[in-house]
Structures are given as C-alpha cells and as structure tokens.
Design a protein around this ligand. Structure first.
Ligand SMILES: Nc1ncnc2c1ncn2[C@@H]1O[C@H](COP(=O)(O)OP(=O)(O)O)[C@@H](O)[C@H]1O
Ligand SMILES: [Mg+2]
Length: 299
C-alpha cells in the first residue's frame, strides 16, 4: 500500500460495472486516512463516487471536499476546454465564446482523441506540484477498458502528430508522466466473471503492446468469502431441502465459479500483483462499506 500510494497518479480502469468507482473511492479513503492530500477524479459527468461519499448533490464539476483530506472532482471535456482556453487567452469572454461556439464541437468531433486529451490533460494538471492546492495523490476513476486505454494513448498521439508547438510539448510531458512507473500506477479492477477476466487479460496485453506499460495491481473485486470445506459441502448436499440449504448450495456454486475465474485471471497475468476484495452484501454501497473495503485493501 505504501508503494502504491507513493505514486502521484493512480489510474483505475477495467470493464464497466466491475467496481472501478468503488475501488477508486476506497483508495482515496485509504490515502486520506494516511494523511495524504488526495483527490478522486471522475470523468464525463459521472457522479458515482460523490453520490456515495457526499450527502449533498451539488454540481460535482467543482472541486469539493468529501472527507478530511479527500477531495472529489468530475471532469468534463467541455469544461476542460474552457479552462484550457481561459488560461491561454488574454480575454476571458473570448475563451467562453470560443468554447461555446461550434469550434469546440467541430474540433472534438473531427479530432479523434481530443476529448481524451483534454480530460487527461486536466488530470495531469491536478498532479503537478506547485498548484494553488497541490495534491499528494490523484486517483483517476478512469473510463472502462477501451476508453481508458484511449485516454492513456491520447497524449502520445497528439505529441507525434503535432511534432512542435505547445500541443506537442504538453503531449510529450503528459505522455512521459503517464509512462513513468514511479509516478503513475495503472490498476485493473476485475470481477471473477468470465467476461471481466477476458477484458482484464486484454487490457494487460494491449497496455504492454500498444503503450509499453505494465499494470501495477489487479484488484479482483466482489469475491465471495466462502469458508465451507468439501466435507461441509457434502453434508449440505445430503441435508433436507430448506431455504438455508438452497442458499448454502448457491453460495458454494458461486464461490466455485469465482475460484475458477480467479485462477484463470492469475494464470493470464503472471508477474502482476493481485489482491481480492470481498463481496459486500447489502443494498447500496454507502460510506461505511467503502470504509470497510478501503481497510480490506490496506490489509
Ligand atoms: N465489493 C463489492 N461488493 C458488493 N457490491 C459492489 C462491490 N463493488 C462494487 N459493488 C457494486 O457494484 C456496482 C458497480 O460498481 P461501480 O464501482 O459503480 O463499478 P464501475 O465504476 O466499474 O462501473 C455498484 O452498484 C456497486 O455498489
Ligand atoms: Mg464507475
């Protein structure tokens, strides 16, 4: 955990619905408990984390505090573009007009990777020391696998296309930051389900082949902790039918399926550290269960 939290940026990606936002929030809580000034960043107007962590429902596009030492922000490309222009154009009104005008939509629509570049550029800015309120750690709740990879790829693409000038310079700076394993760690969240495991294996090989990067950690999330032995299970099968017996057998099958998928995940990602997080029973994940998961992560 110390090694992980020593990075400037943790990028959390994986298949949709596997628990990326949950793990990002748990990491944020663990970091802030250790006294690190931390910000959890969501992209494209998602507010999953702020909903779980904060009671109020005010706009998440402005940075806000959700716990002691823990901030949250949601980044949206349109806003990132406005900020970018505002910082570079002498006339504020002009920046606003430019970003509202069709130039923005035309540019982003016509330029593949532009939205990703603007978003990751904003994340990179948050990682820079010497800002007004510098952070020790930025946790990025990244989009799911394909879009997550596109986001990591965008700065390189722009740097090589632009070659010279400010876009190329910034693209190179961001790309080298993302490519430096001492500053940026990439985490894959996976559930122990067939599709999620396949996507995690794909994510790892694409990261290696297309970006020359390696995963720092795999978090296998929502694993059922099942402590029945083979003997217990045989007794359960022989027991008279009842809802409890039915529930027990259901859990046994679920756990067996998960064990098989976890083994597949481990085999396919040899060399990468893997931790498991328990399935938390209950209706919705609230702050208490996020705290519980963050302590599990630390353990
Ligand atoms: N360990 C867990 N145990 C139980 N439910 C979980 C766990 N992790 C995530 N969930 C639930 O699964 C759903 C998807 O999680 P979320 O973090 O939003 O995934 P993602 O960000 O990858 O789409 C949410 O309803 C969340 O509360
Ligand atoms: Mg999410």
């Amino acid at each position: 955990m110390d090694d992980l939290l020593a990075h400037s940026l943790l990028v959390v990606t994986g298949k949709g619905g596997v628990g990326k936002s949950t793990v990002a929030a748990a990491l944020g809580l663990a970091a802030s408990r250790r006294g690190l000034r931390t910000i959890v960043v969501e992209v494209a107007a998602r507010e999953d984390i702020s909903r779980a962590l904060a009671a109020d429902t005010a706009s998440a596009f402005d940075r806000r505090s959700v716990a002691r030492g823990l901030h949250h922000i949601s980044i949206e490309p349109q806003r990132a573009m406005e900020d970018y222009l505002r910082e570079r154009l002498p006339v504020r009104a002009l920046a606003g007009w430019l970003s509202r005008s069709r130039i923005f939509s035309t540019l982003t629509a016509a330029t593949p990777g532009m939205r990703e570049l603007l978003t990751i550029g904003k994340v990179w800015e948050l990682c820079q020391p010497g800002g007004a309120e510098p952070y020790d750690l930025v946790v990025l709740d990244a989009p799911s696998t394909g879009h997550g990879l596109a986001m990591l790829q965008a700065p390189r693409t722009f740097a090589s296309v632009a070659r010279v000038g400010p876009v190329a310079r910034q693209g190179r700076a961001i790309a080298s930051f993302l490519g430096d394993p001492r500053r940026t760690a990439i985490l894959a969240v996976s559930s122990a389900e067939e599709m999620a495991v396949s996507e995690t294996l794909q994510l790892r090989s694409r990261l290696r082949e297309e970006l020359g990067l390696e995963l720092s950690l795999i978090v296998a999330n929502a694993i059922v902790r099942y402590r029945f032995t083979g003997d217990d299970e045989r007794k359960l099968r022989a027991a008279p039918r009842s809802p409890a017996q039915h529930g027990g057998l259901f859990m046994a099958n679920w756990a067996r399926h998960q064990r098989a998928q976890l083994a597949r995940l481990r085999r396919g990602t040899a060399g990468v550290a893997l931790v498991t997080l328990p399935f938390v029973f209950g209706s919705a994940l609230d702050r208490a269960s996020l705290q519980q998961l963050s302590r599990e992560l630390e353990r």
